[in-house]
Ligand binder design. Structure first.
Ligand code: PMV
Length: 333
């Protein structure tokens, strides 16, 4: 298939535009990042969202083909629908409309078929929503003749993230749009993180779907009831993220692992882990992980085991034996 990815945009309006965006995991600092402490997130390039824009029939309007994403009415994937028939807060509709406005996509070119696919597990803390929105926004930018900078893409995707999460910290849209390891403090932009020695992660999926909005809302309620106590835990998590930045940059995976263990304990204290997550974390340690922790909002979703490269297959087996429904290997460098 001809694509427009590496050709001058203005000449190619009749050809498909294809863009992708990676998944992500949070290595340190989830939840505390909502309360302005630093966090570290890395892209997971082994799973991706892809958006393909093709010209539609004249007068057809904009159609979405979401092959493996839930439809606006919650039905499982495989749906084709007209954009204007979707609810206004449908994240795909919001992504498309924000991008059309931002990139001043011509009215005359608004007969489009936008196909979206994704291999990123949904509602498991791997940034599926941010990745889909990033791929769509980037595709519309390119289709309009703009190769937008990650900062612009990230800020548009942040608006879409608000529909999913209510009060997102902005870490998901940032790491996914930049597709680089980031040290992130809310409202202060990003610091790109250089990784001194590769980090071999085995990501274990509990198979339990959880809602980031609900978990973040629950933490907010408990924080309101005991602000001092929770602020103290957030401070400790923030301190771990700062130490982690230093040992990641200097290339000390064993120290990174130790800090992951400590971060997991603090996430248990925050009340966002779950028996399934704790079981996988314990299994990872028994199987020789350098460190292990839950990742993302919690109550389900994924955990991470940091391992020496040669232990990767053993670790995947150990996590599956302890109940992981799937494992993904990702080497961060
Ligand atoms: O989208 P998730 O599940 O990776 O969670 C996002 C991380 C939180 O810190 C819990 C929320 C946020 O907005 O940063």
């Amino acid at each position: 298939m001809n694509t427009r990815t590496d050709q001058p945009q203005s000449q190619l309006l009749s050809q498909p535009t294809v863009t992708t965006a990676p998944g992500k995991v949070i290595l340190f600092g989830e939840h505390a990042v909502v309360y302005n402490r630093p966090a570290i997130a890395v892209p997971v390039t082994d799973v991706r969202a892809t958006a393909t824009i093709s010209p539609g029939e004249p007068g057809s309007g904009i159609w979405i083909l979401a092959a493996d994403l839930p439809a606006p009415d919650g039905e499982p994937g495989g749906h084709r629908y007209r954009l204007r028939d979707a609810p206004a807060d449908d994240p795909l509709r919001a992504s498309v409309e924000l991008a059309l406005d931002a990139f001043r996509h011509g009215e005359s070119a608004r007969d489009l078929l936008i196909a979206v696919t994704s291999t990123i597990p949904i509602a498991r803390g791997m940034g599926s929503g941010a990745a889909v929105a990033t791929a769509v926004v980037r595709a519309i930018g390119r289709h309009s003749g703009h190769d937008a900078q990650p900062e612009k893409i990230s800020s548009l995707v942040y608006e879409v993230e608000k529909l999913h999460h209510g009060t997102p910290s902005g870490i998901d849209n940032t790491v996914v749009a930049y597709a680089q390891p980031v040290f992130f403090v809310r409202g202060r932009g990003i610091t790109r993180l250089s990784v001194g020695a590769p980090l071999n992660l085995v990501i274990g999926d509990t198979g339990v779907v959880s809602s980031t909005r609900e978990v973040v809302g629950d933490v907010r309620r408990r924080w309101s009831a005991d602000t001092e106590g929770y602020e103290g835990v957030f401070d400790q998590i923030g301190a771990l993220a700062r130490q982690a930045k230093s040992v990641i940059e200097r290339g000390y995976p064993k120290d990174v692992g130790r800090l992951m263990d400590e971060n997991h304990e603090l996430l248990i204290t925050l009340g966002v882990s779950s028996p399934e997550l704790d079981k996988l974390v314990e299994a990872a340690k028994t199987a020789g992980a350098l460190g292990a922790k839950m990742s993302g909002a919690g109550w389900g979703g994924n955990m991470l085991a940091l391992v020496e490269a040669e232990r990767t297959p053993t670790m995947a087996g150990a996590l599956q034996a302890a109940g992981a429904v799937s494992t993904i290997f990702s080497r961060i460098s």
